[in-house]
Design a protein around this ligand. Sequence first.
Ligand code: NAD
Length: 700
Amino acid sequence: MTSPVVLEKHGEIGVILVQNPPVNALSQAVRQGLQDRLAEANADDSIKGIVLAGDGRTFIAGADIKEFGKPMGAPDLNAVIKSYEESPKPVVAAIHGTALGGGLETAFSAHYRVAVPKSFVGLPEVKLGLLPGAGGTQRLPRVAGVESALKMITSGDMVPAPMAAKAGIVDEIVDELIPGAVAFCQRLVDGNAPRPVIAESRGKLDEADPAIFDTFRDTMAKKARGVLAPQNCISAVEAAFKASSFEEGLAEERRLFGELMESPQRAAQIHIFFGEREVAKIPGIGKDVAPKKIGKAAIIGCGTMGGGIAMNFLNVGIPVTVLETTQDALDRGVGVIRSNYENTAKKGRMTAEQVEQRMGLLNPVLSYEEIGDADIVIEAVFEDMAVKKEIFAKLDEVMKDGAVLASNTSTLDIDEIASATKRPEDVVGTHFFSPANVMRLLENVRGEKTSKETIATVMDMGKRIGKIAVLAGNCDGFIGNRMLHPYGREASFLVEEGAQPEDVDRVMYDFGMAMGPFAMGDMAGLDVGWYVRKRQLENWPQGKRYSALADRICELGRFGQKTGAGWYHYDEGSRVPKPDPVVKEIIEKNSAEAGIKRREVSDQEILERCIYALVNEGAKILEEGIALRPVDIDITYVYGYAFPKHRGGPMHYADEVGLDKVLERIKAYHEQSGGDDSWKPAALIEKLVAEGKGFRDYRG
Ligand code: NAD
C-alpha cells in the first residue's frame, strides 16, 4: 500500500507532504507516514532542513473522524510529535487551509511555523466535548500566552493566520506556501539557526496572572452551564502553568482528556455535531434535484418575525422587499431592523457603512405589484388561517412562475394554505424561531404536494443564510411546537398536583434548559395560548383532563413580562421572575376546584414527566414520519428550543438513560394518570425496547 505521506526534495530542503484527501486527516497511515518520511529525510545527507505541509486544499485539518471513540493505533500522535521535536534537522510546518486540532498540535512539533495569509488555526475539540489531547493545552499557552490559549481552547474558534502570527503561534506569513516555506527553511539552514522545541521552555507561561483560571472558570460556568469540556480545558491549561515539568502537565492533560472521553456529554456533543450535517440529507432528494437560485426575497408582514427573517437575507447580501398593510406598520418594522443593526454597530461588531449597505438592500412597500419578481416570498402575518389563505391567493396572482411561496406559520396546516393557490407544488413552510435573526434553527415544512425542487430550495436557502435546516412533515405544530404541547401540559399538571412554577422551572434549568416552561411562557406572553385554548375548549374531548390554571392567571390580565405579571411577578423594568403569593393562592384554589389533593412532588418526577412527555411525543412523530430521523428531533430541540447540547437532544437523552427504563417510567405515568391517552407509550418505543434497541438504531 502506498503511504499517504511523501518526501520531495527542493534543493537542500526535504518537503514532507501529507496526501490524504479531502482534509489530510491524521489517520493511522498518515501518522506512520509522517514518522517514516521524517526518518528518511534525516537519513539523507543531501537534505539539510525539512518542511512539513499538506497537499491539496489544506494542511492537516484534524483527527480522522473514522477513529473517533476508538483507541488510537500506533504510532499515537504524541509519539509522532516527539519524533519531529527531536529531529536533528530544522523542521518548518507550512500551513494553508486550516490547521485544526491534531493538525495544529502536529504543527507545534515543528521548530518553526509559517502560514499563508488566508489560512486558519484552531483547537476545536471543546465543540465535541473534548480537549486537545496531544499536547495542545500545554504548547499553545507557551507560544501564545495563557489568556489567548484559554480563549482559543474554550471557544474552539478558528483564528486567521495574521492574528495567529501576532499571537506568536505562527513565525512568518508567506505568500506562496511551498516556495515560501522552503526559502524560510533554507535561511535557517544557512544561518545555522537554533531548533527551538516548544515543550522545552516555559515560553510565555510566566506572564500569566494566576487569577485568570478562576475568572475563566466562572465565565464558562455561565456561558456553558453544566458543560464539563470547557472546565477541563481550563484545568489542562492551568496544569501547563503550574506543573514543574512539561511531562507533568502533559500527564494531567491526558487524565483530563480521559475524564471527558468517559463522560456521556462527549457522545451527546458528537451526536449533535454529526447531526447538524445529517439533517441536511433528505431521502429521495439527491444531488440530481437542483435547488432554485434565490437572488431576491420578499416578506409579507414586517412584525416580530418578518423583520428578523428579512435580516437573515440582508446579512448575506440578498435584496429583500417587505410588504405591510399600512405605512405606520411598515415604518415601525423597518425602524426595528435599523435599530437592531445600529445596536450591533454600537457594540463594534459592524461598521456604520455595513449598516447602510444592509439597509440599502431593503425595499419597504405597500403594494403586491412590487414583489412579483422575487424568487421566494415568505409570509409572516398573524397566525390566522383565513388571513393566510387570502394572502396566498393574492401571491398566486402576482408572483412570477416558479417562485417559492413560503409561510412562517408555527402551527397551521400547510396543505390548507397551499389550497388557496393553483401551484401547491411551490408552497412550503419555513418556520423560523424567535428572534429570527439569531436562532439557528429553520424548520422547513413539507406539504403533501410540495415538490422536491421546492424542498431542495428551502433546505439550501437555510444553509446560505447560516441556519441549520430540518425538514418536518405537516401536522399541528410540526416537530417542535407539537412536542411542546405535552411538555407544557405536564408542567401545568405538576403544578396542579403539588409543585410550584418555580420548582418546575428550577428542575428544568438545572437540567440545562435556558429557562423553565413557566418563565418561558411569561417571556413569550400568555395571551396567545389563552386565545388558542378558548377555541380548543369548544371541542374538548369528554373526560380528557384539562388544566384551567393558566386561564385563571390570564383572567387577571396577567400575560407575562409585558404586563409585569404572569406566572411570576416582575418588578418595574425588571425581567427577573419572582415567585408571587397571589399565584400560589390561585394554584391552591384551582387544585381544590379541580378536586385534586395536593401532594409532595419530587424533582425526579418533575424531570421525568417533562422530558419523557417530549420523548413519547417525539416517538409518535417518528412513527408518523413527521420527523425523518431521531436526530432531526434532537437538532430541532437543541437549536430551536435551547435543549442542552451536552445532553444531545431529547431522543439521544432517552437512549442515554436507557430506552427500557424510559418506557418503564412512561408506563408508570400512564397508570398514574388513570390511563390518559397522552401517556400511552408510543408503539415505536415498545417495539425498539422489545428488540433491545434504542433510537440510535432507528433509521426511519
Ligand atoms: P406580529 O404581530 O409581530 O407581526 C405580524 C405583522 O404582519 C404585523 O406587522 C402586521 O401589521 C402584519 N400584517 C398583518 N396582516 C397583514 C397583511 N394582510 N398583509 C401584510 N402584513 C400584514 O406577529 P409575529 O410574531 O411576527 O408572527 C408572524 C407569524 O410568525 C405567525 O404566523 C406566527 O405564528 C409565526 N411565528 C411567530 C413566532 C414568535 O415567536 N413570534 C415564532 C415562530 C413563528
